[in-house]
Ligand binder design. Structure first.
Ligand code: SAH
Ligand code: SF4
Ligand code: F3S
Length: 439
């Protein structure tokens, strides 16, 4: 074996938790002498960190694997691995359909990646999709120097909610919360390395219930403890379920200035019969009341959400109820998806809505969301907002960062670098970003 540094190419699909996991896998392989490359052609190992949430996302993995074939032919020693939620859900099928794949590692087994790569070296094709008892994060190496001012930190994983459309409870397993002390230590180390904003991640992050020094802590208490870390300026969390918005977390939005005034709170539908069929266990009215309580705590809170259109059984009246809910809330942004049947989920066997009907509803819903997004952005013009700058923009002297409300903001100014937190007057709104001047 040569000692030349080896190169690892990772492609990440899906949610922010996969982004976090990809970083941790890069660190684990870094200890084995691998450095990252953006170019699969020069890689010794390619890892696809996959997403199973909708059919398109899962099928993309197979077409991307097909595209790796010439690289494998050019370099037979190339190791190809599949990680993430497709690996978890259909590991055996990947191995059968795709002989070029050398290893499959499920979402809870990333700490085993180095030994699996060693097994590939011995001519094996390992598959590990067990849900082990140990915590993968405690078995992964410590996170090295961060070059960026923002970081993700996974605090909770898995989901026990079993919405009728969703694969996450199967691909990520049961809800697990990491202990408070480990999260605080990881956050302190990130801040010591220059991170100024941390986004706490979990599939159901506001259901967090981690072991603290004096019993179980909820997310509100965790946020308040993190806010005491000097040098950490901003805290966010995603994704939340409406049924787990505890009183102290709502209160923290009002009295903890480091908790940013933006909340992603998926509702999926505005129709009670559809919410029931989805097994969401809340009504549209429950959601509206919750939004009222959040806005009572933090009047300028910007809300975003997720919607599914064309869920089995959805009538025109159900669809109109979703539009009504959107009009009643006024979202700053939202993601909307056409329902995609997922094997093994309860809704998969129900009669689907005709594709053209679902397409038309999706367009109508997206047009309303786009109008609300535009209105929210325009409401920022003239206001003074905090912006954490992350990187240079495309124009000379330009910098790009995120506002408190998570809008991308461009400025042209001297003396700004990654990690500069400044007050900015917003001067204009473009389709997907704002422009401003530093005060
Ligand atoms: N844990 C989060 C998000 C999970 S997945 C939550 O509870 O909201 C992100 C989004 O994908 C979901 O909010 C939902 O809108 C969408 N989604 C999940 N399964 C889907 C499916 N089968 N078809 C279409 N969209 C889906
Ligand atoms: Fe999926 Fe979210 Fe429902 Fe859990 S709460 S099953 S992750 S949509
Ligand atoms: Fe996709 Fe898995 Fe995230 S299915 S959305 S990568 S939890």
């Amino acid at each position: 074996m040569s000692d030349a540094p080896k190169k690892l190419h990772i492609k990440t699909y899906g949610c922010q938790m996969n982004v976090y996991d990809s970083e941790r896998m890069a660190e684990a392989m870094g200890v084995q002498g691998y450095t990252l490359t953006d170019d699969p052609a020069e890689a010794d190992m390619v890892l696809l960190n996959t997403c199973h949430i909708r059919e398109k996302a899962a099928e993309k993995v197979y077409s991307d694997l097909g595209r790796l074939r010439p690289f494998k032919e050019a370099k037979p020693g190339l190791t190809i691995g599949v990680a993430g939620c497709v690996a978890q859900a259909e590991g055996a099928e990947i191995m059968r359909r795709m002989p070029l794949v050398d290893l499959v590692v499920g979402s809870q087994n990333y700490h085993r990646l180095p030994e699996m790569v060693a097994a590939v070296g011995r001519g094996e094709r390992p598959v590990d999709t067990e849900f082990p008892a140990e915590d993968k994060f405690e078995r992964l190496p410590e996170r090295p120097v961060q070059a960026r001012p923002t970081a993700f930190l996974t605090v909770q994983e898995g989901c026990d909610k079993f919405c009728a459309f969703c694969v996450v409870p199967y691909t990520r397993g049961a809800e697990i919360s990491r202990p408070v002390a480990r999260i605080l230590t990881e956050a302190e180390k990130l801040v010591a390395k220059g991170v100024r904003e941390i986004t706490l991640l979990g599939q159901n992050v506001n259901g967090y219930h981690g072991d603290g020094p004096d019993g179980s802590w909820g997310l509100g208490r965790l946020v308040r403890a993190l806010a005491r870390i000097d040098g950490l300026d901003r805290i966010r969390y995603t994704t939340s379920h409406p049924n787990d918005m505890a009183e102290d977390l709502i209160a923290a939005h009002g009295d903890e200035p480091k908790l940013m005034p933006y909340l992603h709170l998926p509702v999926q539908s505005g129709s009670d019969p559809i919410l029931k069929a989805m097994n969401r266990k809340h009504t549209a009215e429950d959601y509206l009341r919750l939004v009222e309580r959040l806005r009572a705590a933090r009047p300028d809170l910007v809300l975003s959400s997720d919607f599914i259109v064309g869920f089995p059984g959805e009538t025109e009246a159900d669809h109109q109820a979703s539009l009504d809910l959107i009009r009643a809330v006024g979202f700053g942004a939202a993601f909307s998806f056409k329902y995609s049947p997922r094997p093994g989920t309860p809704a998969a066997s129900r009669t689907p809505v005709a594709a053209e009907v679902a397409d038309a509803r999706l367009q109508e819903l997206q047009a309303l969301i786009t109008a609300q997004q535009k209105a929210t952005q325009l409401s920022m013009v003239g206001r003074k907002v905090g912006v954490l700058f992350e990187k240079p923009g495309r124009l000379p002297g330009q910098w790009v960062g995120k506002s408190d409300y998570l809008h991308a903001v461009h400025v042209t100014a001297e003396g700004i670098g990654p990690g500069t937190l400044a007050q900015v007057r917003i001067t204009a709104s473009a389709p997907n970003s704002l422009a401003g001047e530093v005060l």
